[in-house]
Structures are given as structure tokens and as C-alpha cells.
Design a protein around this ligand. Structure first.
Ligand code: CUA
Length: 155
């Protein structure tokens, strides 16, 4: 089989584009560290209640106006429910799911994450503006999905 010259040029050009994209995404992933978090900590989803820190979910003060929230997500609730923190607080969320994949979205902020069983998700957010922040599950998780919500009160 014989290619015309212009076909050859296009073939080489399109392979070049593909190879170039692969090199570029590879560079981003491995050199710049922009890939999906593969270093995410794992957990046995059957043993969340017995595994530290999830054996004691709650709100913990860890510094001056700095908090850790250890939270489990399950059909169809967040534990702890109803969190209250002072304005300006920086909160480190440590999240896992006890059953299926849930979402963790805080309305009015950039926080929007997937919380998967077997994985520990960590997110940090500073709440400068007082108010009631609605926390929603944004991954369809079953019949009670639309009722899966809680609030973070910042005062
Ligand atoms: Cu949990 Cu939707």
C-alpha cells in the first residue's frame, strides 16, 4: 500500500499531536503533580466505626480558630450533623463514606468533593463570612439522596 505525500504528512502530524498531548499530560501529572490524587489514604469501609479517627466523629479544635471535622457520610446523613464554628475559622475536613459514593458540597464555597467508601478525603476551607452554609450530597446515592444535607453555622 502506498500513501500519497499529503496523507503521510497528515498521518505524521496527527500522531505528533497525540504523542505531544500524552507527553504534556504526563508532564502535568508526574512533574507538576496535577494528576488525580493517587496518594489518597485508604480505609476498610466495613470497619469505619472502629477505625481512628472515624471511631469518634466530631468537631475538634486544633489551634487558634482552627478546627478538624472528622465526618462520616452514610445513607442518607452526615455525622456529625449541624456544625457550629466561629467566623474566620479554618476547618480541615477528614471524610469517608460507610457505604456508597456520596458528595460533599458546601454551598457558597468552592468545596465540592466525592467521598468514596474505602478512601479518606481531606479538604480545608476557611469560613470568613458568618452565615448558614448548606452542605449537600451531590452524588446520587439512592432514594433518600435529596434529603441528604446538613448545615455549617458560622457566627
Ligand atoms: Cu449521599 Cu446523595
Amino acid at each position: 500500500m502506498k500513501f500519497h505525500l499529503d496523507e503521510k504528512i497528515w498521518l505524521i502530524a496527527s500522531f505528533g499531536v497525540i504523542i505531544g498531548m500524552m507527553l504534556f499530560t504526563g508532564y502535568q501529572t508526574f512533574v507538576l503533580g496535577m494528576g488525580p490524587p493517587s496518594h489518597m489514604e485508604t480505609i476498610d469501609p466495613q470497619k469505619v466505626d472502629e477505625t481512628s479517627p472515624f471511631d469518634e466523629p466530631g468537631l475538634y479544635q486544633i489551634g487558634e480558630n482552627e478546627y478538624e471535622v472528622v465526618m462520616t457520610l452514610q445513607l442518607f446523613s452526615f455525622t456529625p450533623n449541624e456544625i457550629e464554628i466561629p467566623a474566620g475559622a479554618t476547618v480541615h475536613f477528614t471524610l469517608t463514606s460507610k457505604d456508597v459514593t456520596h458528595g460533599f458540597q458546601i454551598a457558597g464555597t468552592n468545596v465540592n468533593a466525592m467521598v468514596m467508601p474505602g478512601h479518606i478525603q481531606k479538604i480545608t476551607q476557611t469560613f470568613t463570612e458568618p452565615g448558614e452554609y448548606l452542605v449537600l450530597c451531590n452524588e446520587y446515592c439512592g432514594t433518600g439522596h435529596q434529603y441528604m444535607a446538613t448545615t455549617i453555622t458560622v457566627k
